[in-house]
Design a protein around this ligand. Structure first.
Ligand code: TNX
Length: 530
């Protein structure tokens, strides 16, 4: 009996002590989620959570390695915290208080170019990266950890722990078709903002098609003066001046995104042939070009058919023109690639097509660019340095592999952002598939085409064709949220990807998407946070 009372007392004492301890802990701010459960997209390589919090408030400072690019990354973080969180943190001004340190170092377990280590401790945050690109990716993770909700004292609680992270693929992109409908540079910049937040690093611009030519070429001014005049549906078109294009490139570069220009040829060239009829090689379908109207702009095509136009592959003057275009575009573009299109040239004979692709490949090499083409070019191009963008035919991807070319995976059934979500979708096409949000997420690039493994793949890209969309919110309806899932497909390992887990993280992106005024499609497959 006495023993029993003693034990009871003892239990009581332990209980009281435990309660007191937890009271003390509870009096400190506890974040609702630990680091491992944070709503990060793409999912990092590894996360180790500890159980405390770093309190982010206006007394925190940012410090960086003494390197111009690292300083710029620190400034980028400060700008975003000011914009989204109204927090004004000084960069490299003092380090007396709690610090977010951004260090150039190789002293962590990973070493690839975009890798990073993010250490969140109770008393400070440290980002370690080998390159400024890695530091920039780490900063996106940190931005995502700063949930837009504050606690009552106006502070943000960041759960402590360690993240080690690097991308699966070095090429993670999206394409905007600014030819079918023109999108002004402000729209492109807004898209870049979101791409960067989800760690994408390639923006492919589809700059010319049957309906319009959208980049000023000084040596051939009618390309845009005539060819940029209209767009699908016949409304007013538009084009980027070379200054606009440079502005886009610089904005992208500040977000560690490389721009890839595409001038699609020999098909998809009706607008160029209206501007300069001698380029036309389509005998039947473009008799309209013989029309002696004084205003060629009235001849432009405003429908959405494909495959009816071609350059004349057998005229030297065609290649003189292409040489000028590739020269000007390459001079304006710091990135290593020039995309020559090459798709759906249904009215170019096979012989002409092969001859054309070889000639263009030579011109692209002359201007020190690496050529990319849609998967059709794999049949012709022999340069192992060229890159093939798989969208349709598996045999073309396999041919590219045989030639030692790298492949960009854009399977239309998964990665095409212009496909309707379902039969009720307001915008989009559905020739390849209906692509609900889970379908576009659930695939693995290195398992998609039998025989094409990780070693053959450069990366992943989600193209957004614009036949059915002409306004920013329409673009966003098709792109978001699917492009966010493609960002994770390109970055995170297969082991780290899981739809059920992803859909929760995706549903929690609403504070960011709303603050960015991104009009995403509110798929019913996802529980969107209010
Ligand atoms: C196919 S994908 C095309 C484009 C269209 C798209 C519409 C590819 C290389 N060519 O010209 O815009 O389908 O989904």
């Amino acid at each position: 009996m006495i023993l029993k009372t003693a034990i009871n007392k003892c239990i009581l004492l332990i209980t009281i002590v435990t309660i007191c301890f937890s009271c003390k802990n509870n009096s400190e701010p506890i974040s609702t989620s630990k680091l491992g459960a944070a709503n990060l997209i793409p999912k990092p390589f590894t996360i180790n959570s500890t159980s405390e919090n770093f309190v982010l408030n206006a007394s925190v400072v940012i410090s960086t390695s003494d390197d111009e690019n690292f300083k710029a990354v620190g400034t980028f973080l400060a700008e975003k915290l000011l914009l989204h969180n109204s927090l004004e943190l000084p960069v490299n001004q003092s380090n007396q208080s709690k610090t977010i340190a951004i260090n150039k170092t190789s002293e962590y377990a990973l070493s690839s170019k975009e890798s990073y280590q993010l250490l969140v401790g109770k008393d400070g945050i440290t980002i370690n990266a080998v390159t400024d690109a890695g530091a920039f990716r780490a900063v996106q993770t940190l931005r995502q950890l700063v949930s837009i909700d504050q606690n009552e004292s106006g502070e943000w609680l960041i759960p402590t722990g360690e993240i080690l992270d690097e991308p699966s693929y070095s090429y993670r992109g999206s394409m905007l078709d600014v030819a079918r409908h023109f999108f002004p540079k402000e729209d492109v910049k807004k898209y870049i903002d979101a791409m960067a937040y989800y760690k994408m690093n390639i923006l492919h611009l589809h700059l010319s098609d049957d309906q319009g030519w959208r980049l000023e070429i000084k040596s051939w001014p009618d390309l845009t003066e005539v060819g940029g005049h209209t767009q699908v549906g016949g409304e007013k078109g538009g084009f980027y001046t070379q200054e606009d294009y440079t502005e886009i490139i610089e904005y992208a570069a500040k977000h560690y995104i490389t721009v890839i220009p595409e001038i699609d040829m020999p098909g998809h060239t009706y607008a160029a042939s209206v501007a300069y009829p001698h380029l036309n090689g389509a005998k039947k379908s473009i008799t309209v070009l013989d029309n002696p109207t004084p205003d060629r702009r009235t001849l432009l095509y405003t429908g959405i058919d494909v495959g009816f136009s071609t350059f004349d592959a057998r005229k030297e003057s065609t290649y003189e023109f292409i040489d000028d275009v590739v020269r000007e575009v390459s001079a304006l573009t710091p990135g290593p690639y020039f995309h020559m299109g090459g798709d759906e040239s249904h009215v170019t004979s096979d012989e002409d097509y092969d001859y054309f692709v070889e000639r263009v490949a030579k011109i692209v090499r002359k201007y020190d660019k690496q050529m990319i083409g849609w998967d059709e070019v794999a049949r012709v191009d022999k340069d192992p340095n060229s890159v093939v963008q798989f969208w349709d035919k598996e045999e073309n991807a396999l041919m590219a592999k045989e030639k030692g070319m790298k492949i960009i995976m854009s399977p239309a059934k998964k990665a095409y952002l212009d496909m309707k979500y379902d039969t009720l979708s307001e915008f989009g096409l559905h020739w390849a598939a209906y692509i609900p949000v889970d379908t576009s997420y659930k695939w693995t690039p290195e398992k998609y085409v039998e025989g094409i493994g990780k070693e053959n793949i450069l990366g992943v890209e989600a193209p957004l064709w614009s036949e059915t969309i002409s306004k920013t919110d329409e673009l966003e309806y098709l792109a978001f949220p699917r492009v966010i899932g493609i960002a994770e497909v390109g970055w995170s390992t297969e082991e780290n990807r899981d739809w059920e887990n992803y859909r929760v993280r995706l549903g929690n992106q609403t504070p960011y998407l709303n603050q960015m005024n991104i009009k995403y499609y509110p798929s019913k497959l996802v529980d969107w946070k209010e």
